[in-house]
Design a protein around this ligand. Structure first.
Ligand code: SF4
Length: 280
């Protein structure tokens, strides 16, 4: 698609991030976006490189801090498409605080998390979503604590759109990302994106064997109670849109942020300095 840059990804061959990114690029194109109106913000980690591999405006940010940057971009330019990408370590550990607040602000952007249940870039340590018995070099007997459930964290924080997809199920993954983009508010998608180098438990085969598509189960994402049930069901690996608030009003509409605010108004620095002087 137009969204593919000329940079060759340095991800390991077979990494789930390839499939995740392909779906993101196709979903952006399919929803009528083009590189000129799209801003991709990434954090740090293997996933963080995505802004280089995609052809759009992009910022490769600070670890765990991609969401506040994305929020700032959307507030300054509500007219453009903002997509934030990151990994499970980036988003649910150092970035967990930002995640909660981005969710409750309901800023109109999508957030795609490449969840491989491990720290890949730093060579295989347990991440927030690693299983409690997952043995790594730094947790030889497993982390011994239950993994974070990012979907439940989102629901508890007042999310208006919660979904999950599998990088290898190309068509469904793309459809789900499209729904997140089209949602009026914060579109959160947790993507099973296997790390073929450091995670031999949460593999493609594991997800292929265990994935349950909510579309086949007759799940109604507008039903909050049904959403809660699937989100809290830790025995299954669900794919699909779990929850969507039909009455969601995005932050910029709710608070009247409708103008292009990227230009600093005349006199703003002086006014700001007057305020500072007054304060002190
Ligand atoms: Fe992908 Fe894992 Fe390689 Fe990182 S280390 S590029 S997550 S396979």
């Amino acid at each position: 698609t137009d969204f593919k840059s000329d940079k060759q990804p340095t991800w390991c061959p077979g990494c789930g991030d390839f499939g995740t990114m392909n779906g993101m690029m196709k979903a952006l194109a399919e929803t009528g976006n083009d590189p000129d109106n799209t801003f991709v913000v990434a954090g740090i980690g293997c996933s963080g490189k995505i802004g280089t591999y995609m052809h759009s405006y992009a910022l490769h940010g600070v670890h765990g801090r991609a969401l506040p940057v994305g929020t700032g971009v959307k507030m300054a330019r509500p007219d453009i498409e903002v997509m934030v990408a990151g990994g499970d370590g980036d988003g649910y550990s150092i970035g967990a605080g930002h995640f909660v607040h981005a969710v409750r602000r309901n800023v109109d952007m999508s957030y795609v998390v490449m969840d491989n249940r491990i720290y890949g870039l730093t060579k295989g340590q347990a991440s927030p979503t690693s299983r409690s018995d997952f043995e790594t070099s730094t947790t030889p007997e497993g982390p011994k604590q239950p993994p974070v459930n990012p979907l439940a964290l989102a629901l508890a924080s007042g999310a208006s759109f919660i979904a999950q997809s599998f990088a290898s199920d190309a068509l469904r993954h793309q459809e789900i990302i499209q729904e997140a983009i089209e949602h009026d508010g914060f579109g959160f998608v947790n993507v099973f994106s296997p790390c073929v180098t450091f995670n031999d438990v949460d593999t493609y085969d594991y997800f292929r064997d265990n994935l349950v598509d909510l579309q086949d189960e007759g799940h109604d994402p507008n039903d909050y109670e049904a959403a809660k049930e699937v989100i809290l069901d830790s025995d299954k690996e669900y794919q699909g849109v779990m929850y969507q608030d039909e009455n969601s009003v995005p932050y910029h509409e709710k608070h009247g942020v409708t103008e292009d605010m990227s230009e600093i108004p005349d006199g703003a620095p002086d006014d700001a300095m007057d305020l500072v002087r007054e304060f002190y």
